[in-house]
Ligand binder design. Structure first.
Ligand code: FES
Ligand code: FES
Length: 395
């Protein structure tokens, strides 16, 4: 038995398995995620297709042990996914399933096509789905369903996602970077602030979502008003500086340091607010010329009253997709730990700011990722050595 640590449907999982256990058996037998079906069990039918580091892959011929550190998404993890929701409705409408055995794998593959190919015609869809076999439908309804979703998204001006949202360079499932090969190296991104217009900051499906929550000792209405003050919010965020501020659009940069890499993401964001629900959303894009990295991100927040309205619980959902060099070192587990600590810093600054005290942000030049990361790495090393010497230490 070997212990395998990976992310399944955005949840950290660490479980023992035989080295010969396939990823399909791992998710079905150990996690009860039986939406991943097994047909041929030798890589032909596609019924077992899951997303590995954002890429469709056959889980029946992938060893679970080879997925250490990987990001796995099964059909269950796509329940709330926008494209999969559209595909499910289209499959129903077009009678694209009968027994449904091939459907989970078909949906995972079709989602990838919708994400990458905004102009795919029937032929390209048939080629794209040629690795998924259906014994019932004759494919006509399936192709029609996928085509209708692609056309509907094109009509709504939803752009494709480069590489289908792939976040990690290297073999799918490795969860870590391969030696950078020139053909895998992402093209140098254009500065987002040059190319971003309000309409180009489009909606997207984040590769990683982090849910966080913190409490502020101020009433919800006061906190909501504070969230309208973008300059004030930015002053509480380490490493952030604004260059332009209009009502629903913000431009600026954020400097981050992760190990030896310093990146300065320049970009723009769209701000949406719902006063009735005391909630809002910030959707942004940014690029860093030096590390050749690009990101799309969104922050959704919701304010809930606590202590009879004297305090507020701030619920945050942070989603992002990172590509380029930083994606190679920004493993989801590490980013999650870092985000937790950075949000704690943000909350403390916010509280000070709202209480009229100086925010405590001595205008840090960049996110204190390294100092924070060293704590996280220390904890992780302790865990690894604890495991190696049989102590099973926790972070
Ligand atoms: S069960 Fe994996 S390809 Fe058929
Ligand atoms: S619907 Fe039965 S195998 Fe595809």
């Amino acid at each position: 038995m070997t212990t395998i640590a990976l992310q399944v449907n955005r949840r950290a999982v660490e479980l023992p398995a035989e080295p010969r256990t396939s990823l399909a058996d791992f998710v079905r037998d150990k996690l009860d995620l039986t939406g991943t079906h097994l047909g041929c069990e030798h890589g032909v039918c596609g019924a077992c297709t899951v997303l590995l580091d954002g890429v469709p892959a056959r889980s029946c011929i992938t060893y679970a042990a080879a997925c250490e550190g990987a990001d796995v998404t099964t059909i269950e993890g796509l329940d709330e996914d926008e494209i999969t929701t559209e595909l499910r409705a289209a499959f129903t409408r077009e009678h694209a399933l009968q027994c449904g055995y091939c459907t989970p794998g078909m949906l995972v593959s079709a989602r990838d096509l919708v994400l990458r190919l905004p102009d795919a015609d029937e032929r390209r869809i048939r080629i794209g789905l040629s690795g998924n076999l259906c014994r019932c439908t004759g494919y006509v309804g399936i192709v029609r369903a996928v085509q209708s979703v692609i056309e509907a998204r094109r009509a709504r001006n939803v752009g494709p996602l480069a590489d289908g949202g792939r976040t990690v360079l290297g073999p799918a499932g490795s969860g870590r970077a391969a030696t950078a090969r020139s053909e895998l190296r992402p093209a140098r991104p254009a500065p987002a602030s040059e190319s971003a217009t309000p309409s180009s900051i489009s909606d997207f499906t984040p590769a990683t979502i982090l849910d966080q929550r913190f409490t502020l000792p101020h009433p919800p209405a006061k906190v909501f008003a504070m969230f309208e003050d973008i300059a004030g919010i930015a002053s509480c965020l380490p490493g952030v500086s604004l260059t332009s501020l209009r009502s629903e659009r913000v431009e600026g940069s954020i400097r981050v340091r992760l190990g030896p890499i310093v990146a300065s993401f320049e970009g723009a964001a769209r701000v949406e607010r719902d006063p009735a629900a005391l909630s809002g959303r910030i959707v942004g894009i940014g690029t860093d010329q030096r590390s050749h990295s690009a990101t799309q991100g969104e922050i959704r927040y919701r304010l809930l009253p606590l202590e009879d309205g004297a305090a507020t619980s701030v619920e945050l959902s942070i989603g992002y997709t990172l590509t380029g060099m930083l994606a190679q070192v920004g493993r989801p587990g590490l980013v999650r730990d870092l985000a937790k600590r950075l949000i704690a810093e943000f909350a403390a600054n916010l509280d000070r700011h709202m209480s009229g005290a100086p925010s405590g942000r001595a205008a840090p030049a960049e996110l204190g990722f390294w100092s924070v990361a060293s704590d996280v790495l220390r904890a992780r090393l302790a865990r690894i050595f604890g495991r190696a010497f049989g102590r099973g230490g926790a972070e």
